[in-house]
Design a protein around this ligand. Structure first.
Ligand code: AMP
Ligand code: MN
Ligand code: MN
Ligand code: MN
Length: 279
């Protein structure tokens, strides 16, 4: 069993990279990828754990992109994470995220919602602030009843105070990932897009733009959706990847490797992706 999608304290998870490597080992996972949002900051600590665990540790990241007007996430796996160009590119993302966050705080405050920059910075364990941290501050301040409520009314993809990142196209993300020897995998297709969205056509486009695969295994998928994406991967000759999207305490009930219990990403997926990487 493998898990190629997870988050630590370096984005919006609650576990350290060390704890995650140890937990994956204890759970008997063959491989675990750390894929924090728009940052490489946790990878040094994560990869330093390799001599202590049998689980193959995979350095990755989840890049925020836009595709056909909707947010799309692109996983980069097997990244040469010390590659200077990649490091600089990711630093530029970090600056854009910072600006985006400041704009969101302003929008919320303009609507009379109680939130300060200082509260937000204190909520995040590292200098990467995500909407997950916004949601927690909004709940604590009584501006939302729950994180779900905060996303529904204030900061979700279709909400008034949400500000998307300046466009990073999937093609650009694929270029960044490939230039660092990595493999580009579209995260959780089907999430954040309207029902009936033509993923068959979209994936064909994305393949032409440099994508190697997409997640066909994901905790939120029902059996029909999983079968649909597995079939689509086979038809288009793309690799069907997958993972738990583990966030520790920020996504309760979601466990490394198994998701809510039923997730199983076959070991052979690791081999297929590793073959495509250029270490
Ligand atoms: P950001 O990258 O700062 O825009 O934040 C995106 C993160 O917010 C995602 O990775 C999720 O962890 C979380 N998120 C997005 N939408 C929702 C939602 N509707 N409910 C709960 N969490 C969400
Ligand atoms: Mn997240
Ligand atoms: Mn995502
Ligand atoms: Mn994720």
């Amino acid at each position: 069993m493998i898990d190629l999608h997870s988050h630590s304290i370096f984005s919006d998870g609650t576990d350290t990279p060390e704890a995650m490597a140890l937990a994956a080992d204890a759970a008997g996972l063959t491989a675990l990828a750390l894929t924090d949002h728009d940052t490489l900051a946790g990878l040094d600590r994560f990869m330093a754990m390799q001599p202590r665990v049998a689980t193959r540790l995979v350095p990755g990241a989840e890049l925020s992109c836009r595709f056909m007007g909707r947010p799309l996430h692109m996983l980069g796996l097997f990244l040469r994470f010390k590659d200077p160009l990649l490091v600089e590119r990711m630093a530029s993302m970090h600056r854009l995220r910072l600006e985006r966050n400041r704009t969101m705080v302003r929008r919320l405050r303009d609507r009379g919602v109680a939130i300060t920059w200082e509260e937000l910075a204190a909520e995040a364990p590292t200098d990467l602030i995500s909407r997950t941290h916004f949601a927690r501050v909004l709940v604590r301040n009584g501006a939302a009843g729950s994180p779900e409520d905060a996303f529904r009314r204030l900061i979700g993809d279709d909400s008034p105070c949400y500000v998307p990142f300046p466009e990073l196209s999937p093609a650009t993300a694929a270029v960044w990932i490939r230039a660092a020897g990595g493999v580009a995998v579209v995260a959780h297709p089907g999430r954040g897009f309207p029902r009936g969205f033509r993923w068959d056509q979209a994936m064909q486009d994305l393949k032409a733009q440099g994508v190697h695969g997409f997640e066909a295994y994901y905790p939120d998928y029902g059996p029909l959706e999983e079968r649909y994406f597995l079939q689509l991967a086979e038809t288009l000759d793309l690799v069907p990847s997958g993972g738990s999207d583990y966030h520790g305490g920020h996504k309760p009930g979601q466990r490394l490797g198994v998701g809510r219990g039923g997730l199983r990403v076959p070991d052979e997926v690791f081999g297929r992706l590793a073959t495509l990487a250029r270490p």
